[in-house]
Write a protein that binds this ligand. Sequence first.
Ligand code: NAD
Length: 481
Amino acid sequence: MADLFLNYINGEWRESGSGQLIDSINPANREVIGSVQSSTIEDVNDAIQAANDAKKSWRQLGQYNRGQILYKVAEILEKNLEDVAQNLTKEMGKTLPEAIGETQRGISILKYYASEGTRKEGDVIPSSDKDALMFTKRVPLGVVGIITPWNFPVAIPIWKIAPALVYGNTVVFKPASEAAVTAAKIVKCFDEAGLPPGVLNFITGSGSKVGDALINSKNIHGITFTGSENTGALVAKAASANGVKYQLEMGGKNPVIVLDDANLNSAVSAVLSGAFKSTGQKCTASSRVIVQSGIYEQFKSALLEETSKITIGDGLLSDTWMGPCASESQYNTVLEYIQIGKDEGANVIFGGKPVETSSSGFYVEPTIFENVTSNMRIAQEEIFGPVIALIKVDSTDEAVEVANDTRYGLSASLFTTNIGSALTFMDEIEAGLVRVNAESAGVELQAPFGGMKSSSSGTREQGEAAKEFYTSIKTVFVKAE
Ligand code: NAD
């Protein structure tokens, strides 16, 4: 029987009263890799209560001491790297090297925020009164709800939990069910590091029940969400109604522009990796490739040639370059969008079909459409799979106009050797992550991360930017008598 992973509330691994389980399925072969509980609203309330009970003593522990605990978590995750990464590949399908890379990133993020324990908590500001001391002091929000998607089940929870904790908040964490076993393994590392009871609580279950109870609670003080635009809108509505600070990072329809003067090889390899690594299931994945007419045919044939070399299979196998879609529903969505593209009149010039295997995994071919116009659904809606749309344009201005013709604005990249074109792009592109001669899907943990337009609430995660969300500022004025 597959392992069962319980909720973690007030420092204990607890059974839910529901008695119902959710199986986690390996998308490479449909085997059950573990189960989590379908929790109840009472479980959520218990977790929120535990987080509220723990918040005063956690705040009083001090930033330095909280940072020291995160160093221990990093050490423990490092020891469990192989197990966590293997599990990640089995649970959501990305290849083992990608899963190892993600887990290593999680360790680096933990160390980064651990070292925040030794950095400043405020600024001294000169007062107009020479006898006064005026300074700012950052204080935690209180209890923060954390809701995460399935596509980066190690890195995203850690890039939310680590800053929340080091800045003195306590946490109730609800992962996506499709990747909840990996999430439980991360929470185990915090448990082993000796985190005091109630500081981090972990609840599994559906978004519509457990997620809904968390976002509508009047007893939380912040909510950070990464996932789809539709769910993000619900989070924003509930948080606004309760006066809770919130942060949303959502979908993308990320463009890559390739100009006539681009380095062809760099552009092709960046599009290949940006579009098809992780089976296109990154929020920063390249999905629209906007190519200037002078280089279009050359670029297309080089891209087709490289795409034909992609090997598809179980992410645990060393010769696999691209794994399956993460779930059956994701697989069905991707195939539906391929049909929509065909119906809209775009041409499939590579792939476009499911991959038949003996393992009955959720495999889809890397798929390239051409003759795509910006108004088509495949050029506007997030597919979240290994599908790209080639769009031909005549000029840099037209390329930027097409790139901006979407309600999303997460990441965008440009390939050019002309500094003037690069400067225009940096100014005009509507995206939170602007990349020149680099793939759309790169993120560095020490830099702010987040989108514009419908991709984000305009807040930023990671690096120093995280502090803005997880703390409030007190301005203190002290005068000697
Ligand atoms: P999703 O919105 O379906 O689910 C995300 C989380 O929200 C899950 O934990 C889910 O259980 C929960 N949820 C669902 N309904 C809820 C409700 N009514 N109330 C509260 N919580 C609820 O998204 P997903 O399919 O897991 O993830 C894919 C999406 O995430 C894509 O759109 C992708 O672009 C986006 N994403 C964005 C970023 C980013 O940083 N911008 C990073 C990764 C993924």
